[in-house]
Design a protein around this ligand. Structure first.
Ligand code: AMP
Length: 195
C-alpha cells in the first residue's frame, strides 16, 4: 500500500495536488477538513462541534478527529492506499494514525511536505476566500491564527516523520504541473528505496 501524508501549511496546495495524486496512484482521499465541512453543511452533531473551532482557526480536538479518521478507515478499504490531506496535525494524531494503520497491517509510507513562504500563503488564502465561501479563508486574523497553530502544533510532525526517515520536502511554488512532477519524483524515489 502507498499511504501518503500530504503536509504543509494552509494554502500550500494540498487539496489540488491530492486530487492529482489520487488519480495517478488510485488512492483514497481523506481530507479531514472536507469531512468537517460536509458535516457542517449537513448540520450534524459533529458539524456543529467542528464549526465552533474551525471558524476561529483552531484545531478540532484530537479525540474527535481521531475517532472520525478511525471510522473512515474502517469503512473505506483500499488496497492501493490512502492520501491523508490535513491529517495528522498534532503528534497525538500522528500516533493515532500509526496505531490505526498498524491494526490494518500497514503503515505510513512517507510524509510529503509542500514548502511555501507565509506571505505567499496569506495572498493565496485571501484569494481563495473570495470564491470558496470558506469563512476561515476570508479573515486575515483567522488565517494568521491558523499559521500560529500550524507552527506550534503541526510543524513538530515534520521531525516525527524525519526520525523515521519518511519526511520529504518539496518546493511548493510553481505551476500545478511542476509541483506535481516534484511530488511524483519524491514518491518514486521513496518507493524505489523500499523495494
Ligand atoms: P483544512 O481544510 O485542512 O484547511 O481544515 C480546515 C479546518 O478544519 C482547520 O483549520 C481545523 O480547524 C479543522 N481541521 C481539519 N483537519 C483537522 C485535523 N486533522 N485536526 C484538527 N482540526 C482539523
Amino acid at each position: 500500500m502507498l499511504n501518503i501524508i500530504l503536509f504543509g501549511p494552509p494554502g500550500a496546495g494540498k487539496g489540488t495536488q491530492s486530487n492529482k495524486l489520487i488519480e495517478k496512484y488510485g488512492l483514497t482521499h481523506l481530507s479531514t477538513g472536507d469531512v468537517f465541512r460536509y458535516n457542517i453543511k449537513n448540520e450534524t452533531e459533529l458539524g456543529v462541534l467542528a464549526k465552533s473551532y474551525i471558524d476561529k482557526g483552531e484545531l478540532v480536538p484530537d479525540e474527535v478527529t481521531n475517532n472520525m479518521v478511525k471510522d473512515f478507515l474502517q469503512r473505506n478499504t483500499n488496497e492501493q492506499g490512502f492520501i491523508f490531506d490535513g491529517y495528522p496535525r498534532t503528534i497525538a494524531q500522528g500516533e493515532n494514525l500509526e496505531k490505526v494503520l498498524g491494526d490494518m497491517d500497514t503503515q505510513v509510507t512517507m510524509m510529503l511536505a509542500l514548502e511555501v513562504d507565509e506571505d505567499e500563503l496569506v495572498k493565496r488564502l485571501l484569494e481563495r476566500g473570495k470564491t470558496s465561501g470558506r469563512v476561515d479563508d476570508q479573515n486575515e486574523d483567522t488565517i494568521r491564527n491558523r499559521f500560529k497553530v500550524y507552527q506550534e502544533e503541526t510543524s513538530p510532525l515534520a521531525e516525527f516523520y524525519s526520525n523515521q526517515d519518511k519526511y520529504m520536502g518539496v518546493h511548493g511554488k510553481g505551476t500545478i504541473d511542476e509541483i506535481f512532477e516534484r511530488l511524483t519524483h519524491a514518491i518514486e524515489a521513496k518507493t524505489a528505496q523500499s523495494e
